[in-house]
Design a protein around this ligand. Structure first.
Ligand code: AQP
Length: 336
């Protein structure tokens, strides 16, 4: 780790194939920030257990997500890439932070409320404790910044509150992190219900574009995207469907929203949907190709994972020892 650089932490759950939302809201920025920061990127497999999963599928998706990170441009030589469950300090710090977190504040989290409705038959303690584990992920590495989509803003606020609460109670220990939220692409919406965010675990496959979708599938999903009947390509709060497509096109091409509006002024929705589909398909095609290549070299992926866990474990354990000492857990003296 270079000491003159600030530290950045971010993670995604292997809860499905990452969507265009995960890419534009998070992973794309991770790649751009690699030179500026000491970057630590995790695969949040422990977070995944808050919802019932098929164990075999979780294992496969975890490896696939590692391949996808690398295929998107996250460089394991520059950044630390690791599986959350390979560094036990995440679960250990969660326990300590739990003693400072209140059920009232966790019960108020929007994601907890949404997921409790979605998984009404399995509202478990892990679902409620999700943001505390996320706080442990971030605080273990002294992260100064955390790139996130808008949906995770509330959880990052809680991380900051827990860090400040701990520092006030036990003396200055944790860095209080700042979010980095992308200008365009911070919240990509579902293609079928543009009032809801695009999510990789949405049961309706037409609602999201996955990073492993082929060109034909991507274009088909955009053609079917729900829009309004006004037929003017204009960004507006009362036109959530078409505004979402304008956002996606702008985020992928790097053009601003008004440029996109001008470019497609007077064109019909049909033509615009195909243009968005083709642009997205061209952007993700190399990611798909590279991911499939990487997945055929499991030994390489395992090696990246092991190295990452060693690097992350070293940093995390340093913080955890400090925390244990500060809260008063006894540790025997080591002989020199
Ligand atoms: N629709 C989105 N637009 C922009 N950013 C998004 N992110 C997620 N959805 C969007 C950002 O992606 C990062 C990784 O997210 P995650 O995998 O840890 O969990 P999530 O936010 O719960 O993502 P999903 O796709 O909605 O997963 P499921 O369906 O399993 O719950 C985060 O930085 C997030 O902000």
């Amino acid at each position: 780790m270079q000491t003159d650089k600030k530290t950045l932490f971010s993670a995604a759950q292997p809860s499905g194939v990452p969507t265009l939302g995960n890419y534009l809201g998070a992973i794309k920025n991770w790649v751009m920030l690699q030179d500026e920061y000491n970057c630590i990127y995790s695969i949040a497999d422990l977070h995944c257990l808050t919802v019932r999963r098929e164990p075999k599928e979780l294992r496969a998706k975890s490896l696939e997500l590692l391949a996808l990170y690398i295929a998107c441009g996250v460089d394991p030589e520059k950044s630390c890439l690791f599986m959350q469950s390979h560094v036990p300090a995440h679960a250990e710090l969660t326990w300590i932070l739990n003693t400072l977190a209140y059920p009232g504040e966790l019960g108020r989290m929007t994601q907890f409320k949404d997921k409790s409705k979605k998984h009404a038959d399995n509202v478990n303690m892990g679902l409620m404790d999700y943001p505390v584990l996320m706080a442990a992920d971030i605080l273990l590495y002294g992260a100064d910044v955390v790139p996130i989509g808008v949906d995770q803003k509330q959880h990052l606020e809680l991380t900051r509150d827990l860090a400040i609460r701990f520092n006030n109670r036990y003396s200055e220990t944790f860095v209080v992190p700042e979010p980095i939220i992308p200008g365009i692409g911070a919240k990509i919406m579902s293609l079928q219900d543009p009032e809801r965010k695009m999510s990789k675990s949405d049961p309706n496959e037409n609602s999201y574009v996955s990073l492993l979708d082929d060109e034909e599938t991507v274009i088909r999903k955009f053609k079917r995207a729900v829009t309004d009947s006004d037929n003017s390509i204009r960004f507006s709060a009362d036109k959530p469907g078409i505004s979402n497509l304008i956002t996606i096109y702008s985020a992928v091409t790097g053009e601003n929203i008004s440029c996109t509006e001008e470019k497609f002024a007077g064109k019909g929705y049909g033509e615009f949907k195909i243009a968005v589909g083709e642009t997205v398909a061209a952007a993700i095609a190399p990611v798909r190709k590279k991911t499939l290549e990487l997945l055929s070299d499991k030994a390489y992926l395992d090696e990246v994972m092991k190295n990452g866990a060693d690097r992350a474990g070293y940093l995390a354990n340093k913080t955890l020892s400090k925390v244990y000492r500060k809260v008063g857990l006894y540790s025997p003296e080591r002989k020199k």
